[in-house]
Every structure is written in structure tokens, then in C-alpha cells.
Design a protein around this ligand. Structure first.
Ligand code: ZN
Ligand code: ZN
Length: 608
């Protein structure tokens, strides 16, 4: 979010954060005379300031800086400002002895043709700044902020420039808000999908394979497979047919749909492939979306209205170019596998089909224990029919279809918000938004109504009236892409997946080697029943074996000793539960099968 957006979102908090940035710079300059200043903006959870320091600062200095900041707050210094004409302003910056501020001021003046610059002062500290700030330093609660971390940052983000020291701090309106945020942040650190992805051996990114091209390790592949199996069941029940399409395709297909050249920046360079005669070169690309392929399956023969709605689904691999600077774990990648699907229907069927898409989301989210979510309905703006989005000019279709979607949303009983003027050019859409452990709102899936492409690709069906008509298309992807959704699930479950998804569902450990035969036997019985059970033959102590299983967050650990062998029983330790339970092996086996079949959630490990 930009500073302007942050200010609009919460003006009071923005003033506090902005003022604290000044106060931190003031404190650092007092403790480290000769420190030069870079930028010091408010950010989403606080603020930062960039410095050139005479000697390095580490987090062991944080207490001193915080104490000095509290001192300044106590002194009730007033924030005042003055606007100076350009000559005077430049003179003032020179007097301040701030070369970086001077460089930036010069550029600002030139670029925006400024006539004056604003300076804020509190105590003896002056900074060039637009504001706004609190009136007096003691308007800020002395315990609502905390220095968080120190990092290197190039001046103006350019690696040709000098490296500065950036100090990040959290800041909120109250101590309580700060504590809540800090708790959430610590929890999020523990649950970070890159950290857990490594510890639990879920995925690996190898630079020699390519940036943003994750390799799924055996454990991570199980997560994908289980998720796919589940989505395919939901899709089968909702009347979808599964299809499969290639990764490569003629570039011209995307010209026809209207995605090119508009979408080209997200695609990989095109490939020229010579024909068998060696003359005609055809142009191919890696597909960035599956839509036109499904459309071509629809149009592989003339469809009758009796076949509608026709629902096609595929976990389809697509490739999208992302700048390497923005690549991050599984969250931003260059190749992704999408829970894609398209529904071809008549106008009258739109409401019911959208309702069914929403029901699928509801079921999926309930199974995953995702509870904090809502829908965002992006509609067109009739005042702006040819505006920035260049909406398909068909006001009647927009109004009619939007009303149907609205009705479906109301029927679904799910909470929603409307975003007027946010629709794509080809039709209204519904995004499912949910909150992550860090409190960040994220788009989990997009569902789009399309009344432009059927015409462009000349899709039609034979109606009851004997005439040919264009179908409507609903694009939907409830589980988004494997990459994003699994990254989310890793953090959501903190790596402790419910039994049905868990890479290893059962670990069998014995008290001593004497009981290994029985241990191996029950692991085999479970495996023969397609339950992912492993016997620990490491020869380590019981304590060590249990700790290893716990570290891997295995949901069910069976402890086998003399008593268990005698009675053909097991002692079950569930992940995250102190209490152990001894029961006949047969009973456990039956219970476990139900637990997996019903995809039971383990409430005790869900995000709080
Ligand atoms: Zn400021
Ligand atoms: Zn699509």
C-alpha cells in the first residue's frame, strides 16, 4: 500500500507512524552523531527509516534507541511546519547537512516543478516532509511501538547506490494492538511456508532448474495429490467432466481470444517451429491459461442445448512470467497448476451455476477449516462503459447477468462486498477473499462470467428453437493454483495437516527392538489398506523416535510395547494432544479409515 492509501485507511495511525519515524531518526542522530538520513515512510505495520551510520547498529542497540524515543515523547515537543521557497529550501537542506535529502529535493523540484518545499520540526530535529503529524510528541502512547529489525537497503532501491541501514519498527494505536500484532507475527514466522516447506520436505527450489519453478518433493506431492483427489470428487458430484490439455499451443489462439497482445508481458518468449518441409515456421507459446483449450473442447462438435450446462474441469499447468525480484517460495512462481474449470451455459442457467460454484467453495472451505472469508463482487460501471476497462458494450447483458449473480450470492448466504467498476472487460466476477495467519487479506480464487469470448471464438450451440446461440461461460477455480493454495494451507495448518492430507499419516514406534516384528506387521496392514503408515526402524530411543515424528508433525504416532503386543492393541499419540489412548489395533484401524474418508479436521491445530 502506498503512503496515501495508508493515510486514507487510518489517518490517526498514519500520523502516529509518520511522527515516530521522525522521532526514531532524531533519536538515532542523537545517539550516533553524524548519521545521515535517507527515507523514512510509514508502512503497513509501522514505519522504517534508512540511515548512513558512522558505525553499525544491531538489534542490541534497539533498547537504547527506544528509550531515547520515549524521552522525546515525554518532552511534549510540538510538531510545526513551514513552507519555504525553492532557494531558501535548498539552503536549509544544505545547512542540515543531509546530502541524500538534498539530492532527492533537487529531483522532486525538477520533476514536479515545485515552487516550495515543506519542512517539519519537533524539538531541534528538522525533516523535509509533507506530513501530516501528531500535534505534540506525547500524543503518541509511549508503549505503542517497538523496533523490529535492521536490514540493508540501497539508497532509492538502486544497487548502484550506497547501501544504507534500514531500521524497521512496529507501531500501533495502543499497546494492546502492538501486542496482538507481535503475537500474530511470531506465529506467522513459525508457520512461514518457506520455512516449513524445507523442514517438512515439501518442496525445493533449485536455481539450476530455474527461479520460480518449484520441485515438489515426495511429501509435497502427496499434498497435491490429495487436494486434487478431493477437488475431483467435488467436481464429479457437481457434474463436471475431467479433461486434459497440452502445455504448448499456437500463439494465434490467444490472438483470437483477445488476450494477446494485452497479456504478452505475462508470457514466455514465443517459439518458432519449422514444419516438416522446413519452410513454414509456426509460432507456439507456453500456455498462460487453460481457457481457450476448454473452449475448443466445447466446440469440438456442435453442441445441443440439451447438453448445457456443460462443465469441464482440469488441474491444468500454466506458465506466467513474473519478474525475478517478485518471486517468493510458492506464493509467486513462474509455472503453476490450476484448479481450472469452465461452465458453458444459457443465460437462464447462470444463477444456478454460480450458486453451485459458491457451494463448492463453501464445502472446500469447511473441509479446510477456513472460516474468515468473504466474496468480492466486481461489477461494471455503467457511467464508464468505454472507460479504462473497455467493457464489452452490452449494457443489457451486464445488468441482467449481474442481477442473476447477485441473486445467487444472496441465496448462498455468504458475506459479500461490491466493487463497482472493478470487473474485467469481458464480464462481472466474484473473488473469494480470505485472511491469512498474518492478518493479510488474499484472493484465493476468481470466478468470472464471460460473454465476450464465446463470440470471438465462435462458440455456439443449437437451441430449442433450432437456431444457433452463443453460450455464456463461467470461469472458476475454487482451489486456485496448487502453489498458492498449498502455500496458504501450510501456513493455515502450521504444517500439521489433517490425517487425510498428511504425507505420513501414521508412524509406528516401538519401546524396544523386541517389539519390532509386531510394529512392522501393523504398519504393513495399514499400508496394504492404502494408509500412509511408516515403521521407524532407526534403532533410536523411544523418546527420540517420538520427537522426530512430532517434528515432522505426523498426526498419529502409535507406540508399541509389551502390553500392546500381548493385547494386539496400540497406544495412540495424536499430534498436539497431550493425552495418549490405548485401544485394540482393529478399533484404531477402523477409526482411522473413517477419519481419512470423512476428511476430518483436527481443530486443535487450526490457526487461531
Ligand atoms: Zn513526516
Ligand atoms: Zn478460464
Amino acid at each position: 500500500m502506498s503512503e496515501k492509501e495508508l493515510e486514507a485507511q487510518n489517518p490517526k495511525l498514519f500520523r502516529i507512524r509518520h511522527s515516530l519515524a521522525h522521532i526514531m531518526a532524531q533519536a538515532v542522530q542523537k545517539l550516533r552523531p553524524g548519521t545521515k538520513l535517507g527515507f523514512g515512510p510509514a508502512i503497513e505495520d509501522g514505519f522504517y527509516y534508512d540511515f548512513i551510520l558512522p558505525e553499525p547498529i544491531t538489534d542490541t542497540d534497539f533498547k537504547d534507541i527506544e528509550n531515547e524515543m520515549k524521552n522525546i515523547i515525554k518532552q511534549k515537543q510540538e510538531f510545526s511546519h513551514e513552507d519555504l521557497g525553492i532557494d531558501e529550501a535548498l539552503k536549509k537542506i544544505n545547512e542540515m547537512g543531509e546530502p541524500y535529502k538534498a539530492e532527492y529535493a533537487g529531483e522532486l523540484i525538477k520533476k514536479n516543478n515545485l515552487k516550495e518545499l515543506r519542512f517539519y520540526q519537533n524539538g531541534d530535529f528538522v525533516d523535509m516532509c509533507e506530513g501530516p503529524h501528531v500535534d505534540k510528541t506525547d500524543d503518541i502512547p509511549h508503549n505503542c511501538f517497538k523496533l523490529r529489525s535492521v536490514a540493508g537497503a540501497y539508497w532509492r532501491g538502486d544497487s548502484d547506490n550506497e547501501m544504507m541501514t534500514r531500521i524497521y519498527a512496529w507501531a500501533f494505536e495502543s499497546k494492546e494492538d502492538l501486542m496482538t500484532h507481535q503475537r500474530r507475527w511470531e506465529e506467522a514466522q513459525k508457520r512461514d511456508h518457506k520455512k516449513l516447506g524445507k523442514e517438512l520436505e515439501l518442496f525445493h527450489i533449485d536455481e539450476e532448474v530455474g527461479k520460480g519453478l518449484p520441485l515438489w518433493l515426495p511429501n509435497g506431492t502427496i499434498l497435491r495429490t490429495e487436494l486434487e483427489k478431493y477437488m475431483k470428487e467435488l467436481e464429479y458430484k457437481a457434474g463436471f467432466y475431467e479433461v486434459a490439455t497440452p502445455h504448448l499451443t499456437h500463439t494465434s489462439l490467444y490472438h483470437k481470444t483477445g488476450h494477446l497482445p494485452y497479456y504478452e508481458e505475462h508470457m514466455y518468449p514465443f517459439m518458432k517451429i519449422a514444419d516438416a518441409d522446413g519452410h513454414t515456421a509456426e509460432e507456439y507459446c507456453l500456455k498462460p491459461m487453460n481457457c481457450p483449450h476448454h473452449h475448443k473442447i466445447f466446440s469440438s462438435r456442435l453442441r445441443s442445448y440439451r447438453e448445457l450446462p456443460l462443465r469441464l474441469a482440469e488441474y491444468g499447468q500454466v506458465y506466467r512470467y513474473e519478474d525475478h525480484g517478485s518471486l517468493s517460495g510458492l506464493l509467486r512462481v513462474r509455472g503453476m497448476c490450476m484448479n481450472d474449470g469452465h461452465i458453458y451455459c444459457t443465460e437462464e442457467q447462470i444463477e444456478e451455476e454460480f450458486l453451485s460454484v459458491m457451494e463448492m467453495h463453501k464445502t472446500l472451505y469447511a473441509t479446510m477449516g477456513i472460516r474468515d472469508y468473504h466474496m468480492r463482487f466486481s461489477t461494471w460501471d455503467p457511467e464508464d462503459p468505454k472507460g479504462k476497462n473497455k467493457y464489452v458494450n452490452n449494457p443489457a447483458a451486464w445488468e441482467k447477468s449481474q442481477n442473476m449473480i447477485l441473486k445467487a450470492m444472496e441465496k448462498s448466504g455468504l458475506p459479500f462486498k461490491e466493487g463497482k467498476g472493478e470487473a474485467a472487460f469481458y464480464g462481472p466476477k466474484i473473488d473469494f477473499q480470505f485472511r491469512t495467519v498474518t492478518g493479510r487479506e488474499e484472493t484465493a480464487s476468481t470466478n468470472q462470467l464471460d460473454f465476450a469470448v464465446p463470440e470471438r471464438l465462435n462458440l455456439h450451440y443449437k437451441g430449442a428453437d433450432g437456431g444457433e446461440h452463443h453460450p455464456y461461460i463461467i470461469h472458476r477455480a475454487p482451489a486456485g493454483t496448487h502453489e498458492r493454495f498449498i502455500a496458504f494451507l501450510i501456513e493455515h495448518f502450521g504444517g500439521a495437516f489433517p490425517t487425510w492430507m498428511a504425507p505420513v499419516q501414521v508412524k509406528v514406534v516401538t519401546v524396544s527392538e523386541k517389539f519390532n516384528d509386531y510394529g512392522e506387521k501393523i504398519a504393513k496392514i495399514l499400508r496394504d489398506d492404502f494408509i500412509r503408515a511408516e515403521f521407524d526402524n532407526s534403532g533410536e530411543s523411544l523418546g527420540k523416535k517420538v520427537r522426530t515424528a512430532t517434528k515432522m508433525k505426523i498426526p498419529n504416532v502409535l507406540v508399541i510395547g509389551d502390553n500392546e503386543v500381548q493385547n494386539e492393541s496400540i497406544t495412540l499419540r495424536r499430534y498436539g494432544i497431550e493425552e495418549q489412548k490405548t485401544m485394540p489395533f482393529k478399533e484404531f484401524h477402523g477409526w482411522l479409515k473413517d477419519e481419512i474418508k470423512n476428511r476430518v479436521l483436527n481443530e486443535h491445530v487450526l490457526q487461531r
